[in-house]
Design a protein around this ligand. Structure first.
Ligand SMILES: *[C@@H]1O[C@H](CO)[C@@H](O)[C@H](O)[C@H]1NC(C)=O
Ligand SMILES: *[C@@H]1O[C@H](CO)[C@@H](O)[C@H](O)[C@H]1NC(C)=O
Ligand SMILES: *[C@@H]1O[C@H](CO)[C@@H](O)[C@H](O)[C@H]1NC(C)=O
Length: 881
C-alpha cells in the first residue's frame, strides 16, 4: 500500500526491465527506488523520519521499565485491530514519565547519531555474551533508546498527524514529550500511533524504547528501528490506515471486475460530508507513473462521517481488456493504481493511492496453482529477513539484489519465513512478478525459545494478524497466507483449535485467499491439517533424511480437495567452493564428519557437491525425484534461497559458526554450485551447463576426483585433458550428470551438453596458476547519491591469466576515495568472525565482497581500491549521480 500521488511515478520499469534482466542480468542499470512523495496539494504528506536520531544501547536495564509494567498503556494501540471489547488505558500518569531519556532537556549529545533504518547489532563484535550461534552471536540483546525532535509548524495545527513505524525490534514503546502514547511488541509488525492529541506547537521530543531479551529467536532477529519510519500529515477527515481494500473477480483478458472499499475516518470535532471518487490508471512500466488515461472509475459516493467516527464506502467497476498481473516468464506483472480522492464541496482534502494487480489465482488438488487460468509450478524459496552483512536494516537495493539473483535462477515464488516482511519486499515482488506466501508466525502459545512470541500470543495474535492482512492484502503477488510454522505440539487438539481461530480471522480480513501452516510432523487427519486450506508440508512430503517414504500420497488421499505443496524443502547444506572427498555415490546423504558424509567439523565446512542435507532434509536431487513422482504436488519453497545470519547448522555449537549453510546463494551473494542445479530445473529452456569441482588440486594428483555437471540438457560428454570420459544420457529421476571415477591430473575438464541430439551448452574448468593479482567488479558502475543506493563490488584473487584462484584466502584491504564509503565487507564463509564493517577481509574460495554506498547528496567518482600482500592492487570507479 502506498499513499499520496506521485509515488507510483517511482515504480520501476516492469516487464521490459525484467525481460532484459532475464537475458542479461548484470546490465540492469541504476533505477529509482519507490519513494513516497510528500505533496501537500493533494491533502496528504508522508514524510520520512529516518534522519537525525540519537541512539544508545544498554546491556542491562537502565530505566527499570519492562513490557509488563507498560503493557496496559500499550495494548490500546491494538484497538483498531481487535473485534471484541477495546482496551481502555488505565487512568493516571502513564509509566516512564520520570525516566530521563524521555525528557526534552536530557543531554543526549554523547549518544550515537544514527539514521534509520538501523540495526544496532550488525556491526558486532561477534561472540556477544549470552547470544547463541543460532541467533548469530551478534549483540542484538539489551535495551535501546532512540530520541529525536519533531517540529510542528503553525499550518499543521489543524492536521491529524500519525507516526508510522514499518518495523522496530522489539517491544517498542513510544513517548512524546515525556508521555507514553503507545507501542507495539511484535518486532516484525508495522504499526501506527496517533500523535495528534499529544503534539505541541514548535519542538516535540519523541523517544522510543526497544528491548530484546536473550533467547527471543531461533535465528538472527536484528535489533533496533530497522525499517522506515514516516510522519503522515492529513486533514482530520482522511482515508484511514490501510484504508482501501481492492479485490478482483471474473478476470479474463476481455474484462475484469474490480471491487473497492474505502474507509474514511474523521478525527475532527465536527461531522463532515465527503465525496469519495476513485479512478484507475495503468502504471506505465517504463516510467512507473500512472498513465494519463482513466481506465475505469468507481461511481462517486457521498458519505457523512460523524466527528470521531469512521465510515466505509464500497463499489465495483469493470475494466475492459485488462492487462493482467502474472509471473514471468510466461506472464507479465502488469500493475494498476487506484487513486482515491476525498473532496468537500469540490476541494480535495485527501488523495490516497493503492497499487494493485488484476489476476485470478486458482488452487486445484490435482493441477496445483494456476494464475489467470495458466498452471504455474511453484519454484520458490524461503528466506529470512536479513540482508547478510547489512543485517536487518532495510535497504531496498540490497533486497532487490536478492530477488534478482533468485529470478536469474528461475525462481517464481517466495515464502516470507517466518514473519511479515518489509513493505518494500512486497512492492518488489509485485513489480517483479513473484508469487508470495506471506507468513506471520513461528510460534503460537507454545514456545520454541524462552522469550519468543509465545509470551504475548494471547494478547497480540489477533491484532497482529488483522494488521498484517490489512497492510498486505492489496498486493497481487500474495497468493496465500501462512499463519504458522512448525508449531510445537502440532498434532494436539489445542493446536487445531488455535488454527481454526486464526483461520477464522483470516477469512474475515481477506476471504479471497486461502491460508495454510507449515507442518513438519502433523499427519493426515490431525486437527491442524483439517483446519488448513492448503496442505503445507515441511520435509515430510519427500521423506525425512534418507527415508523415501514421504507423506505426499497420504495427505493427497486424506484431502482430495486440497492442494499439497512443500512449504519447506531440502535443508541442504554447503559451503561455496568447498569440495570434500570421497563423494557419496547416492543422490543424498545426511551430513556428518565421516567419509562420504560431506562435513568438516574442524573448519566448519560442508561439501559443495550438493548432495548433503540435515537429518530431516533432502538433497535437491532427492526432492526433485519425489516431486516428479507426485505430479499433483504444487511445488516447493526451498530452505533457503540465500544464506542468513544465525542457524549455522550443523555447526551451531559453542565455538562454531555464525551464519547458515542452507542457502543456494551464500551470505555475500555469491552463487554456490547448487544455484545451477535449480536453474537447470527451473529454466529448462535456458541453454546452460555448470561443471564442478574446480580443477586446481596439487594434492590430488592421481586421485579419484568426481566431476558433476548441472545442466538443462539431456545428454552430456565429458573430456578430461581432451580425452572423452564417456557420454551419458540423463534418465528419469536423474538431475545431474556425474562421472565419479575421474582421476585428477593437472590440465582441464570440459563438458559438451546436448538437448534432443543438438549441442546445447558447454562448460570447462582448468588448472590455474599462483595468485598474482586482484580484480574488482562492481554490479553497478553508477549509483544514486542519495545515501541509500549501493554498489556491490566483487573482488577475485586471480592468476596471471585473470582466472580466479579457487581456494585463495588472501587478506584483502579495502580503501575508498571520493564521496562514498564501504558499509560492509563479506566473503560468504559462515565461520568468519571478522566484524562486517571491517575494511580488511580474507578472500574465501577466491572471492570477497565490498558494499559501497554513495554519500547523501554526492556526485562524482568513488574509487574503491583493494590490495593484498604480494598481489597487484586493483581499483574500480563507481559514479555517484
Ligand atoms: C459545504 O457547502 C455547504 C453548503 O454551501 C456548507 O454548508 C458547508 O459548510 C460547506 N462545508 C465546508 C467544509 O466548507
Ligand atoms: C507443548 O509444547 C511445549 C514446548 O513448546 C511442551 O513443554 C509442552 O509439554 C507441550 N504440551 C503438550 C500438551 O504437549
Ligand atoms: C584441455 O586439454 C587439452 C589436452 O591437453 C588441450 O588440447 C585443450 O586445448 C585444453 N583446453 C583448454 C580449454 O585448456
Amino acid at each position: 500500500m502506498r499513499e499520496a500521488t506521485g509515488t507510483a511515478r517511482l515504480f520501476h520499469r516492469l516487464s521490459t526491465i525484467l525481460l532484459t534482466f532475464l537475458l542479461v542480468p548484470r546490465l540492469v542499470g541504476a533505477r529509482p527506488y519507490p519513494v513516497h512523495w510528500a505533496d501537500d496539494n493533494n491533502g496528504r504528506q508522508r514524510i520520512s523520519l529516518n534522519e537525525g536520531w540519537k541512539f544508545s544501547r544498554f546491556t542491562s536495564n537502565p530505566d527499570s521499565l519492562s513490557y509488563d509494567s507498560l503493557k496496559s498503556w500499550i495494548l490500546p494501540s491494538a484497538n483498531n485491530f481487535i473485534k471484541g471489547d477495546k482496551h481502555q488505558p488505565p487512568s493516571g500518569t502513564p509509566p516512564g514519565s520520570n525516566v530521563q531519556y524521555v525528557q526534552p532537556d536530557f543531554d543526549d549529545r554523547d549518544w550515537e547519531s544514527v539514521d534509520l533504518p538501523h540495526d544496532w547489532a550488525i556491526k558486532g563484535p561477534f561472540n556477544a555474551p549470552g547470544v547463541s550461534g543460532g541467533m548469530g552471536r551478534l549483540p542484538s540483546n539489551g535495551v535501546g533508546w532512540y530520541r529525536r525532535t519533531l517540529t510542528r509548524s503553525p499550518e499543521d495545527e489543524d492536521k491529524s498527524i500519525f507516526l508510522d513505524i514499518d518495523g522496530a525490534m522489539s517491544y517498542a514503546a513510544v513517548w512524546l514529550n515525556g508521555r507514553l502514547i503507545g507501542g507495539w511488541p511484535y518486532g516484525y509488525a508495522s504499526f501506527r500511533l496517533d500523535l495528534t492529541p499529544y503534539l505541541d506547537g514548535g519542538d516535540n521530543l519523541l523517544a522510543i524504547r526497544l528491548e530484546n531479551a536473550l533467547d527471543n529467536s531461533r535465528w538472527y532477529p536484528g535489533a533496533g528501528i530497522y525499517r522506515n519510519v514516516w510522519l503522515v500529515k492529513v486533514n482530520p477527515t482522511h482515508v484511514g490506515q490501510y484504508g482501501t481494500y481492492i479485490t478482483t473477480s471474473d478476470v479474463s483478458e476481455e474484462k475484469a471486475t474490480v471491487h473497492l472499499t474505502v474507509d474514511v475516518e474523521n478525527g475532527g470535532a465536527s461531522d463532515t460530508t465527503v465525496d469519495v471518487v476513485t479512478e484507475i490508471h495503468l502504471l506505465d512500466p517504463a516510467t512507473g507513473t500512472p498513465g494519463e488515461e482513466v481506465v475505469a472509475q468507481f461511481e462517486k459516493a457521498t458519505v457523512a462521517v460523524p466527528a470521531g467516527g469512521k465510515m466505509s464506502v464500497s463499489g465495483s467497476t469493470a475494466v475492459r481488456n485488462p492487462l493482467l498481473w502474472g509471473p514471468p516468464p510466461e506472464q507479465e506483472p502488469n500493475l494498476y493504481v487506484a487513486t482515491t480522492r476525498l473532496t468537500v464541496n469540490g476541494t480535495v482534502i485527501d488523495t490516497y493511492e493503492t497499487p494493485f494487480g488484476i489476476r485470478s489465482v486458482t488452487f486445484d488438488a490435482n493441477q496445483g496453482v494456476s494464475v489467470n487460468g495458466k498452471p504455474v509450478k511453484i519454484w520458490g524459496t524461503c528466506n529470512h529477513g536479513d540482508l547478510g552483512s547489512l543485517g536487518t536494516a532495510l535497504n531496498t537495493r540490497a533486497l532487490e539484489r536478492q530477488l534478482e539473483a533468485l529470478r536469474e535462477m528461475g525462481s517464481n515464488a517466495l515464502r516470507t519465513s517466518h514473519n511479515p516482511p518489509a513493505p518494500e519486499f512486497l512492492d518488489l515482488a509485485d513489480r517483479m512478478g513473484f508469487l508470495v506466501l506471506d507468513e506471520i508466525f513461528d510460534t503460537w502459545a507454545d514456545r520454541k525459545t524462552t522469550n519468543d512470541f509465545h509470551a504475548i500470543f494471547p494478547d497480540w495474535h489477533e491484532p497482529d494478524l488483522r494488521a498484517f492482512v490489512r497492510r498486505d492484502r492489496n498486493h497481487p503477488s500474495i497468493i496465500a497466507w501462512s499463519y504458522g510454522n512448525e508449531i510445537p505440539n502440532q498434532s494436539g487438539s489445542a493446536t487445531g483449535a488455535t488454527a481454526q481461530a486464526l483461520h477464522g480471522i483470516l477469512v474475515e480480513e481477506d476471504p479471497t485467499r486461502p491460508s495454510t501452516c507449515a507442518m513438519n510432523s502433523a499427519g493426515p487427519g490431525s486437527p491442524l491439517a483439517d483446519a488448513l486450506d492448503i496442505i503445507g508440508l515441511n520435509y515430510q512430503g519427500e521423506g525425512l533424511g534418507t527415508s523415501t517414504d514421504g507423506s505426499f500420497d497420504r495427505f493427497h488421499a486424506a484431502y482430495p480437495g486440497k492442494v499439497v505443496w512443500s512449504s519447506e524443502s531440502a535443508s541442504a547444506l554447503s559451503t561455496r567452493g568447498t569440495y570434500l572427498f570421497p563423494v557419496t555415490s547416492g543422490n543424498h546423504a545426511d551430513v556428518g564428519d565421516g567419509p562420504g558424509q560431506g562435513g568438516d567439523g574442524r573448519d566448519y565446512r560442508v561439501s559443495a557437491y550438493e548432495l548433503y542435507a540435515t537429518s530431516w532434509g533432502s538433497s535437491p536431487d532427492k526432492v526433485f525425484a519425489a516431486h516428479d513422482a507426485h505430479p499433483y504436488v504444487a511445488g516447493e519453497f526451498v530452505w533457503t534461497g540465500w544464506d542468513y545470519l544465525g542457524e549455522p547448522t550443523p555447526y551451531d555449537g559453542d565455538d562454531g559458526a555464525r551464519s547458515s549453510y542452507f542457502g543456494i546463494i551464500d551470505l555475500a551473494g555469491f552463487r554456490k554450485d547448487r544455484f545451477y542445479l535449480y536453474q537447470a530445473r527451473w529454466r529448462p529452456d535456458l541453454p546452460m551447463a555448470h561443471l564442478l569441482p574446480h580443477w586446481t588440486w596439487p594434492d590430488r594428483v592421481g586421485q579419484v576426483t568426481p566431476v558433476h555437471v548441472f545442466s538443462s540438457g539431456d545428454e552430456a560428454e565429458l573430456f578430461v585433458n581432451g580425452k572423452s570420459a564417456g557420454r551419458q544420457k540423463r534418465g528419469r529421476g536423474q538431475y545431474r550428470f556425474r562421472w565419479d571415477d575421474v582421476v585428477y591430473q593437472p590440465g582441464n575438464v570440459s563438458v559438451v551438453v546436448y538437448k534432443d541430439g543438438e549441442e546445447w551448452a558447454r562448460d570447462a574448468r582448468w588448472t590455474v596458476g599462483k595468485a598474482k593479482g586482484l580484480t574488482l567488479t562492481a554490479d553497478r558502475a553508477e549509483i544514486r547519491g542519495d545515501g541509500r543506493d549501493l554498489s556491490f563490488v566483487t573482488v577475485a584473487v586471480v592468476d596471471e591469466n585473470g582466472d580466479t584462484v579457487p581456494e585463495a584466502g588472501n587478506a584483502i584491504a579495502f580503501s575508498v576515495s571520493g564521496p562514498g564509503r564501504i558499509v560492509a565487507t563479506d566473503n560468504g564463509d559462515p565461520a568468519d568472525m571478522t566484524e562486517f564493517p571491517s575494511l580488511t577481509r580474507k578472500a574465501f574460495s577466491g572471492l570477497a565482497l565490498a558494499i559501497v554506498r554513495a554519500d547523501k547528496g554526492a556526485s562524482g567518482d568513488i574509487t574503491v581500491t583493494a590490495s593484498a600482500e604480494g598481489l597487484e592492487t586493483a581499483e574500480v570507479v563507481i559514479r555517484a549521480a
